[in-house]
Design a protein around this ligand. Structure first.
Ligand code: S3P
Length: 164
């Protein structure tokens, strides 16, 4: 099974992916980290030099690579916050996509504490979140409200969901 973790920047996708990998023994990828490895440069650099549209193309190509490589096997992939924008259909078809739904307040706290230099963490974040939510909802097979939950707790909930 391929488990894809979706949600806005700062919802905990990467940390939950790591915890879930510990629980399952499955391989886990962080799509942003995979892009950085393939491209040999940072996400911020790709945004600065090529812009968002080209970043989305690279992101889509990398996602497709991973989905093809692991077709029929087990994988956990923590998506980027914007990955479902162009890839909702393929995520629905090929993965069990789980939306880690976080409130605006949680997002502000987490991103401030991790990496505030994310290229799209600027402007009207609340509006960006509101635009994304319908896409996350349409793509998700399951939704977890993650406010106040540790990544390990979220990972345990996911394990129960996929074993049910
Ligand atoms: C983005 C989120 C980032 C990264 C890029 C664009 C977005 O990933 O893919 O900066 O569009 O929300 P995280 O959600 O892991 O921060």
């Amino acid at each position: 099974m391929i488990i894809a973790l979706e949600g806005f920047m700062g919802c905990g996708k990467s940390s939950v992916g790591r915890e879930l990998a510990l629980l399952t023994g499955w391989e886990a990828y962080d799509l942003d980290a995979y892009i950085v490895l393939q491209e040999g440069r940072s996400i911020a650099d790709i945004f600065a030099k090529e812009g968002e549209a080209d970043f989305r193309e690279i992101e889509t190509a990398c996602l497709n690579e991973l989905l093809e490589e692991y077709e029929g096997g087990d994988l956990i992939v923590a998506l980027g916050g914007g990955t479902p924008l162009l890839n909702s259909a393929i995520l629905k078809e090929k993965t069990c996509c789980i939306w880690l739904r976080a409130s605006f307040e949680t997002i502000l706290r987490h991103v401030g504490a991790s990496d505030p230099s994310r290229p799209l963490y600027k402007g009207d974040i609340r509006a960006r979140l509101a635009q994304r939510e319908p896409v996350y909802e349409a793509t998700a097979r399951h939704i977890i409200d993650v406010d106040g939950l540790s990544p390990a707790t979220v990972a345990r909930q996911i394990l129960k969901m996929i074993q049910a």
